[in-house]
Design a protein around this ligand. Structure first.
Ligand code: NDP
Length: 490
């Protein structure tokens, strides 16, 4: 087919006409109201305040959850404290058995979890089904394997659990972030109190049911719902010995200040502004797929998103032409449709943030490209977008947009690429596209980024550590490194 002769939108209409393929929701039972998961069962909140969690694709209310208060958080931490000794002393193979069981139950309930995740958060079902849920199960499976091998993981040291871990997670990968936090903590013998994000509490509520199904001893996992204030109560509770947070750099700094001097252990996984760097010898079609995956996956609500495309000047024109054409084939709409590539923006607040930053890009002089795209009448939506003519000083090149918006910059030499890639307060991830292995290694060595992907992007595996430099935080999650924050090494 002579695709180069067609206008992008024409091409999209011609090639990609799909009948609707909605995922069934009959097998999912979302309760109208949820309590808190404390001491092994669902309990009423002391707080009588509740708030709705909505489907961002329809703005319809899905359920009501408790806004946990100080008394609720205290009950949860005390339940975790009470469970700690027995859990820490439990034979490690028995601890592993519980984690294997949880992993299996996530797999068994994966269709339900995928639908809940998509309805509550707005992400396309193909992503929650193929990425979020399988990776969550894999994380528990992987750390189950470590539970009885801690002494081999740290030779000549005596690893001991720390105590109660207070964990606060964001809304972009709700179940996966829960798994990243809870699996290593439990494998190492700690107990936890976790607060999911205000806009995406439902998969954590299903996870509470899974803990009960797995007969996990009461108090080993406790889940309190609420907003920022509840998170702040969790991290500042005096009996919490270890804090793990994923979210914005701004809140990460608040937490670091709040617990300074308390002796609590802290890991922070914060924002990013990753450079995805394409050299002139890269396979362009493959790179285009990597760029699309890097910034439009999960509507760009990804801390390690490749939000700055650095393209070598000599190939900027053909690459951008291919990229624009590819953008016009992305399908935006019902997240429950199996053909959808771009789902709903997670919340109204996030949509407004994206809109504000895009307006700033236009005002500062960048050129916006958006494919023709019909946005649904209800819900929160933003079309896949890219900016050219971007200067490094523009806000869209410096700040985390956390939406489907790519800023394109160019470079001439590898040194310039490194300078531009590192010209950010963040340092979470980066991508390099080139035919030369030696260049990949040289670039990886010179970039200040926790993860550097080569000729791919957004690849995750529980065995591989993940975390940032600079304002992207500190500490690693995943792999044997992910156990360290949850252990004292005697
Ligand atoms: P936040 O950092 O506010 O949210 C992350 C988690 O922290 C949520 O559970 C939140 O609760 C909780 N929280 C908020 N304030 C406090 C506090 N003072 N003490 C303890 N916990 C707290 O992110 P937002 O949801 O406000 O998103 C804002 C921006 O942050 C996004 O636009 C994006 O740029 C960035 N972000 C980055 C993420 C990453 O993975 N790096 C993830 C999410 C956001 P609640 O949900 O109720 O506010």
């Amino acid at each position: 087919m002579a695709i180069t002769k067609k206008e992008p939108t024409e091409l999209a209409k011609h090639v990609f006409e799909y009948a609707p393929a909605p995922e069934s929701i009959d097998h999912v039972k979302i309760q109208p109201r949820y309590g808190l998961f404390i001491g092994g069962r669902m309990v009423e909140g002391h707080s009588k305040k509740r708030f709705p969690t909505i489907n961002p694709a329809t703005e319809g209310k899905l359920a009501e959850v408790v806004e946990a208060d100080e008394v609720d958080v205290d009950r949860a931490v005390k339940a975790a404290d009470k469970a700690f000794d027995a859990w820490a002393r439990l034979g490690p193979t028995r601890r592993a058995r519980y984690l294997f069981r949880i992993s299996r139950l996530i797999q068994e309930r994966s269709r339900e979890l995928a639908v809940v995740e998509t309805m509550d958060g707005g992400k396309p079902i193909k992503e929650s089904r193929d990425v979020d849920i399988p990776l969550s199960a894999a994380h528990f499976f992987y750390y189950a394997g470590w539970a009885d091998k801690l002494e081999w993981a740290f030779p000549n040291r005596k690893p001991r659990p720390i105590g109660v871990a207070g964990q606060v997670i964001p809304w972009n990968f709700p179940l996966l972030m829960l798994a990243w936090k809870i699996a290593p903590a439990l494998a190492a013998g700690n107990t936890v109190v976790l607060k999911p994000a205000e806009t995406t509490p439902l998969s954590a509520m299903v996870f509470a049911e899974i803990c009960m199904q797995a007969d996990l001893p009461p108090g080993v996992v406790n889940i309190v719902t609420g907003a920022g204030q509840t998170g702040s109560l969790v991290v500042s509770h005096p009996n919490v010995r270890k804090v793990a947070f994923t979210g914005s750099t701004e809140v990460g700094k608040l937490i670091a200040r709040a617990i300074a001097g308390t002796g609590k252990r802290l890991t922070l996984e914060l924002g990013g502004k990753a450079a995805n760097i394409v050299f002139e010898d890269a396979p362009l079609d493959q790179a285009v797929e990597g760029i699309v995956n890097g910034i439009y996956f999960n509507q760009g609500h990804v801390c390690c998103a490749g939000s700055r495309l650095l393209v070598q000047e000599s190939i900027a024109e053909p690459l951008l032409e291919k990229l624009k054409r590819r953008l016009s084939t992305l399908r935006l709409g019902d997240p429950l449709d199996k053909n959808t590539d771009i789902g709903a923006i997670n919340s109204k607040a996030q949509l407004e943030k994206i809109q504000g930053l895009v307006e700033s890009g236009i005002e500062e002089g960048a050129e916006l490209y958006q494919p023709e795209c019909v946005l649904p009448a209800r819900g929160f939506w933003f079309p896949p977008s890219l900016f050219t003519n971007v200067s490094q000083s523009y806000r869209i090149a410096r700040e985390e947009i956390f939406g489907p918006v790519l800023s394109v910059l160019t470079f001439r030499t590898p040194n310039e690429a490194v300078e531009k890639a590192n010209n950010t307060p963040y340092g979470l991830s980066a991508g390099v596209w080139t035919d030369k292995g030696s260049r990949i290694l040289w670039m990886a060595e010179h970039m200040r980024a926790g993860v550097v992907w080569a000729n791919t992007f957004n690849r995750f595996d529980p065995t591989s550590p993940f975390g940032g430099y600079k304002e992207s935080g500190f500490g690693r999650e995943g792999g044997v490194h992910g156990l360290l924050p949850y252990l004292e090494l005697g």
